[in-house]
Design a protein. Sequence first.
Length: 282
Amino acid sequence: MMETPVPHQPSAPAVEELELGLLLEALVQCYGYDFRGHDRAALRHKLAAAMAQLGARTISLLQDRVLHDPGALATVLRALHVPPAALFDDAQEVAQLRAILGACLHGAALPKVWLADCAGAMQAWTLAILLHEQQLDNGTEIFATVPSDEQLADAQDASVALADLPVLQENYARCGGQGALLDHFVVQGAHAVLLPQLRSRITWAQYNLVTDASCNEFQLIVCRRALPDFGPVLRRRVLQLFHDSLAPFGVLGLDRPLEADDTLAASYQPLLPPLPWYRRTV
């Protein structure tokens, strides 16, 4: 008597990988958000937080929620995109920006800065304040791009709670700021917003690093918070995009140093070695 063959049971990691692939396909096919080139370990880590928040035991259950519940989709996108920054929350980055802003913006007739996959209004406002303090704000345009409509709306409607100002003032002082941070703001009830003349130098736009082409020529491009989540193929694609968008002798700020075998490494000269700030030479 022939025995009925037992169906092969895939391992739990194989099932999870299949579920993850299907979720990523659902996001790009249904909503246009493409995370397929992101590092898988980083994706799993971020999705675990979204699953816990939504009470989804598996990625398949999370996919079901994403396809039928706009609130669940918003939760997943917030988890997967660059988290919002606070004002002057990265003292090292601020110090590095102070060191290179003049070098890359002085001499340009209409200098442009691109904050690619910007970490929200506070990252852009921090840069606007730095430019003002170095007397570089009058002619400089900041182009801050984010990948989703929700992030765009959040950035355009941003404000700072006055109750948070003591902590933000400490951040500002730790980053080398002089005087009162509030001098750069106008108070509106219990909140404050960046001075209109500084906000006017910031142009917000939705932009997808995964699919969109070069949109302008810039003297400075900064992308330090999104790149760590990119897989190697997507990272190469984005670095080529930045190269195509960077003016001759423009400056590129990355998350980590270029490797010697990176295709574009020969086109750049380190500005603050061993820190990952580069001037384009070719």
